[in-house]
Design a protein around this ligand. Structure first.
Ligand code: SAM
Length: 259
């Protein structure tokens, strides 16, 4: 079967990496696991061996969907044909928690992460991404890669790099290095309205080199900006940039700007 580059098809062929992804996914107590893009079933075939789990695998490519229907017949697999971005997770199982596993198609990996991030029932993800994205997701404050993606994800999830993955582990080989990251949802993020919070974070990093003050005054009044920044950062409030602000400071700021 010919890989479709436009659909980000780089199939995993390394047993060791497959095993690492599977054990990171299945050691979670959730019964339901959503697999994004099962492809030719490299992960799916291992996942279905866990008979106490229900696997829901969503594949956009009709040819691969038909191939998998013939190839994997285990009763604990539900194959869905379609785009994961249109998949309604509330149909899954009366509001139950689930995990996500994927060797993600890189062309829409951020959109897929944000889809699940906004759903409280998604309480863990083990996902393969471009290494550069995993470097961003797991970065720490005052580091070059600490930015909007880091803060958005670490505000809701504990992050842990499972392993780095070289191009030789795939067929065809991608041009970039990859890595697997595990995201574990915090019990209580302290954020009620995730969509508004994520917009706020986007605004804080609107222009990377600008100070928080300059980014925020584009949408809030001068008074609001100076009062709120002063409360959190003290006399240096005018100089603060997003990359030096901790996750808990972002959450406190958001609460102040939401009043
Ligand atoms: N899981 C397989 C593996 O590890 O070998 C395939 C991974 S491949 C990187 C990405 C898979 O996602 C492909 O099978 C591709 O067709 C599928 N895909 C791409 N875009 C998708 C979308 N929007 N919704 C669901 N599946 C998608």
């Amino acid at each position: 079967m010919k890989a479709n580059k436009a659909l980000g098809q780089n199939f995993l062929i390394d047993k060791n990496i497959i095993n690492k992804i599977i054990s990171s996914t299945t050691d979670n107590p959730n019964k339901t696991i959503i697999e994004v893009g099962p492809g030719m079933g490299a992960l799916t075939k291992e996942l279905v061996k866990n008979k106490d789990k229900q696997i829901v695998a969503v594949e956009i490519d009709d040819e691969l969907y038909e191939y998998l229907q013939k190839e994997i017949k285990d009763e604990n697999l539900k194959l869905v044909s379609g785009n994961i971005l249109d998949f309604n997770t509330s149909d899954l199982s009366e509001n139950k928690k689930y995990s996500v596993v994927a060797n993600l198609p890189y062309y829409i990996s951020s959109k897929i992460i944000f889809k699940f991030l906004e759903d409280d029932n998604c309480d863990s993800m083990t996902i393969m991404l471009q290494k550069e994205l995993v470097d961003r997701i797991t970065s720490t404050r005052n580091k070059k890669l600490y930015g909007r993606l880091t803060v958005a994800i670490q505000s809701f999830y504990e992050t842990k790099r499972v392993t780095n993955v070289p191009p030789t582990c795939f067929k065809p080989r991608p041009k970039v290095d990859s890595a697997v990251v595990r995201l574990e949802r915090m019990d209580n993020s302290g954020i009620e309205n995730k969509a508004l919070y994520l917009d706020f974070i986007k605004q804080c990093f609107a222009k990377k080199r600008k100070t928080l003050r300059n980014n925020l005054k584009l949408v809030y009044s001068e008074d609001q900006v100076s009062n709120n920044l002063l409360k959190i950062f003290g006399e240096n409030w005018e100089m603060v940039r997003g990359e030096s602000v901790s996750i808990s400071e972002f959450k406190k700021l958001f609460t102040l700007f939401s009043k």
